[in-house]
Structures are given as structure tokens and as C-alpha cells.
Write a protein that binds this ligand. Structure first.
Ligand code: GAP
Length: 450
């Protein structure tokens, strides 16, 4: 059985669209550049990815609490945090065809100076001088468009964890070190979005700001930094991400965000190259200081500004890495003794959108009625699909392609012996299980450790 490691973006995009994971947004109006909507399976997958993160990093930990803050925050937040001044990308425009690009990225990608780089659209080497473009989305609060009413959609979820810090210290009764976590939308008016859901203008982040006592030595903060790097790897393993394609790269000083004293990019080898998946940053005391916030030690009464370690994970990039890692092509035997190709999304059990699918062998009314009864019983316990269209072989293939862990088939014998066939997605092995034992059987198989 051969696993295809070099799955192309075309295959992933086609599967995502055909099977209802992800498709272009606003499609009936010709689409909106780089906006992608999640279909029923994509929504379930994303929810599972976020739930696993929340479980591993908030619920399972004694030292992290969650918040859910507004996307629009006071403009003073962005003044103080430095985003209004510094959250810029270097914009260049081709003088010939007006293609817009990020100058810094072009130079980094091609390892050449801008003047020697051909426009990817028209091939000319004639760019405007770089200008700085602030990538925060602007809007107005209330009906009047005026400078005083200008507000911004948050470009990172992080700032709420800093701004709400005093309130969380008051209510959560946590002592340092402790973290504040949030999952939510962030917006960036990216100059060059693209590569499917890799770079978007609207996306979600899963972020933790982990507050520590001001370190006396480098070692004092590095131990937390290294600890979080390990935790990120554990999360990726739990998601079934192919760890051979995960590379940690320290970001050079000149390429770090304005607030960062050290950043490690957790990169993934996508079909379009090795690029950032997540970021881990040591933000020092930059943010709390910028907002004029302090922490009072409950034991000593001393006031000081905690330092911060920040693991920052993008949800859509996680979805992409998960799909690319799970996508498998295998030789599978056909009913007549031949060999066929099957595509299987080998998603871990916690992440798979459907845990089980119920499939009556044919559209015979007796089978359909019993299958629906069984489906109704299973849905109380598991996210379950039902399908009575097409041949059983095609339905198995469809369930394999969407990563469903078990397929339960109801056949004519079931009417006699009250047993169903349960097929395992990965081994394709089939067990005959009594209907009354089915929930137990699946629960045992699906036992989830996180
Ligand atoms: N609070 C720190 C921060 O926002 P970042 O490296 O700019 O750091 C963190 O972003 C993560 O958010 C990235 O590693 C990536 O997973 C995700 N991300 C950032 N920009 C994105 C975009 N335009 N589209 C999709 N995901 C993005």
C-alpha cells in the first residue's frame, strides 16, 4: 500500500471542494478574491481542530484560562501596541502591469535585489520604490465616517489578552506563571493573499499569552519558550500532522515582528514550499508596558511588569497541514479480485468530521428503515453520516475520502441475525457486530485520549 507524500495542491483543493470541506466564497457572484467558505465537513473539521487545542491548552492545564473578546477594540489599543505605526508590509508595484507585491517577500524568496526580479505577471523588471502599507482593516464605529470614529478589525487576537490582563488577574486568581488563551477571527489586508487557505485576509488564530516573572537570566525565559515549542509539537502530533514536514526555524532579528525578542517559526513543507505554519515569540514586557499594566505579587506586594511567551497558531494553516498530512492514496482490492486506487483521509479519530457512517446495502425499504433507526441511535453518541445513494463500493470510497472512521453496513442478513458489518477505514477489515452491541463497540474503538 503506497502512501502518496507528494500530494499536490490541486488534489487537495479538488477534494476539499467536491466533498464539501472548503469552497470559494461568494461564488454565485463570481467569487471574492481569496475568500473561502467551509462546507459541512470543513466546519466539523475546524471545530474539532479548535476543540482539541482548547482541550489541550486550556481545559487540561491548571495554569491557562480562556477569554472571548471583541474583534473591534478601542483604537487606543492599536496606538499603544505599536500596530498603527508598525504593522506594515512593504508594497511595490510593477510600473508596467501594476501587479502589486510585497517587496521584502520577493527579495527573500528570490534571494535577489528588487531591481533584478522579474514581475511574476508580465516579466518586466521595473518596480516602484517600496512604500509602507498598514495591513489593518479600517472601518467606522457608528453612522458617521470621521477620523474620531475610525476603528480597526484586530490583526491578532493577542491584544485582548494584554488589555484584559488586570481583569483576568482579579477574577481568575492565578499566580504567575499563567496564560490567557483565545480563539478568534483576525483580519489583515494582505497584499498577496493566496495558496488556497494559506494566506487569507480573514482567518482565525488560537493564541496564548503566557505571563512569567521578569527573568533574571536568558535561561529563565528560555525554559518556558522551549516548553511551549514542545507543546506545539505535541499538538501537531495529536492532529496527525506529518512531523517529517515540520521544521523549526529561528527568525532573524531584522525579520521579527516589532515586539519580539526571539521568534521561532514552526514551518511546514507545503507543496508550494516550506513556509510558516505557526509562530512562537518571546514578547518580553513589550505589550503590558505599552499598555501601562503591572502585576502585583499577592505574597510580596511588589509590583512589576510580567514578560510574555506567545504560541500563536493559525486555524486555516492547521486545516491545510492536517489535510495534506492525512491525504493518502492506496491500492485497494475490488470485489472482482482486481486492484483499484482509493483515496483515504487518514485523519485521527478526534479530528475526523464523521466518526461513523450508516449505509444500507440497497434501497430496499426494510434495510433503509432499519438503517435509519440505527443512525438515529448512533447520532446521540457520535457525529454520524447516513448514505443510501449509489453502489456500496462508491459509498465506501466517499467515506474514505472524507475520513469517516467506521462504516456500518446493513444487509439482508441483518434482518435475520440482527448483526451489522462494521468496516474500519484504515485496515478495511470488517467485523460482524450485534446491533445492540454497536454503540459499545464503537465507543471502545473511538476511545479518545485527549
Ligand atoms: N500574535 C502574534 C501573531 O499574530 P503572526 O506570526 O503574525 O503572529 C500568527 O501570526 C499565526 O497566524 C501565523 O503563524 C499563521 O498561522 C496565522 N496567520 C497569520 N497571518 C495569516 C494570514 N494572512 N492567513 C492565514 N493565517 C495567518
Amino acid at each position: 500500500m503506497a502512501k502518496t507524500v507528494d500530494v499536490t495542491m490541486d488534489k487537495i483543493i479538488a477534494l476539499a471542494k467536491n466533498r464539501g470541506f472548503i469552497f470559494a466564497g461568494s461564488e454565485i457572484y463570481g467569487g471574492l478574491a481569496n475568500s473561502w467558505d467551509l462546507g459541512p465537513l470543513g466546519t466539523e473539521l475546524k471545530k474539532n481542530i479548535k476543540d482539541l487545542w482548547w482541550k489541550m491548552f486550556v481545559e487540561n492545564r491548571p495554569d491557562v484560562v480562556g477569554i472571548d473578546a471583541n474583534i473591534i477594540m478601542s483604537t487606543k489599543v492599536w496606538e499603544a501596541s505599536g500596530h498603527l505605526k508598525n504593522f506594515n508590509d512593504e508594497l511595490v508595484e510593477c510600473k508596467s502591469c501594476h501587479e502589486r507585491q510585497r517587496g521584502d517577500e520577493l527579495e527573500a524568496d528570490k534571494k535577489k535585489k528588487l531591481g533584478d526580479i522579474a514581475c511574476p505577471k508580465c516579466g518586466k523588471k521595473d518596480w516602484t520604490k517600496p512604500t509602507m502599507f498598514n495591513t489593518m482593516f479600517k472601518t467606522n464605529l457608528g453612522p458617521v465616517e470621521s477620523p474620531e470614529n475610525t476603528v480597526y478589525l484586530r490583526p491578532e487576537t493577542a491584544q485582548a489578552m494584554f488589555v484584559d490582563f488586570p481583569e483576568i488577574v482579579r477574577v481568575a486568581r492565578k499566580k504567575l506563571p499563567f496564560g490567557i488563551a483565545q480563539i478568534g477571527k483576525a483580519f489583515r489586508n494582505e497584499i498577496t493573499p493566496g495558496n488556497f487557505i494559506f494566506r487569507l485576509r480573514e482567518f482565525e488564530q488560537m493564541e496564548i499569552e503566557y505571563f512569567i516573572t521578569p527573568p533574571k537570566t536568558k535561561k529563565d525565559w528560555e525554559k518556558y519558550f522551549d516548553g511551549w515549542l514542545k507543546e506545539i509539537h505535541e499538538y501537531l502530533k495529536a492532529l496527525g500532522v506529518d512531523m517529517k514536514r515540520v521544521k523549526d526555524t529561528e527568525v532573524a532579528k531584522e525579520n521579527r515582528a516589532h515586539y519580539s525578542e526571539k521568534t521561532v517559526d514552526i514551518e511546514f513543507v507545503y507543496p508550494f514550499g516550506q513556509k510558516e505554519l505557526y509562530g512562537l515569540a518571546y514578547r518580553g514586557d513589550y505589550d503590558l508596558k505599552a499598555h501601562g499594566l503591572k502585576y502585583k505579587d499577592p505574597e510580596t506586594g511588589k509590583e512589576f511588569v510580567p514578560h510574555v511567551i506567545e504560541p500563536s497558531l493559525g486555524v486555516e494553516r492547521t486545516i491545510l497541514a492536517v489535510l495534506l498530512s492525512a491525504y493518502t492514496e492506496e491500492d485497494a482490492p475490488t470485489a472482482d479480485g482486481g486492484v483499484d486506487k482509493r483515496v483515504v483521509l487518514k485523519l485521527p479519530k478526534y479530528i475526523a468530521p464523521y466518526k461513523v457512517a450508516v449505509l444500507p446495502l440497497s434501497d430496499d425499504e426494510r434495510l433503509v428503515e432499519l438503517a435509519k433507526d440505527i443512525w438515529n441511535g448512533l447520532r446521540e453518541k457520535f457525529v454520524a453520516d447516513y448514505d443510501d445513494t449509489q453502489s456500496i463500493g462508491k459509498r465506501y470510497r466517499r467515506q474514505d475520502e472524507i475520513g469517516t472512521l467506521f462504516a456500518v453496513t446493513i444487509d439482508f442478513e441483518t434482518l435475520e441475525d440482527k448483526k451489522v458489518t462494521v468496516r474500519d477505514r484504515d485496515t478495511m477489515k470488517q467485523d460482524r457486530v450485534e446491533i445492540v452491541q454497536l454503540v459499545n463497540y464503537l465507543q471502545r474503538k473511538l476511545e479518545i485520549s485527549h
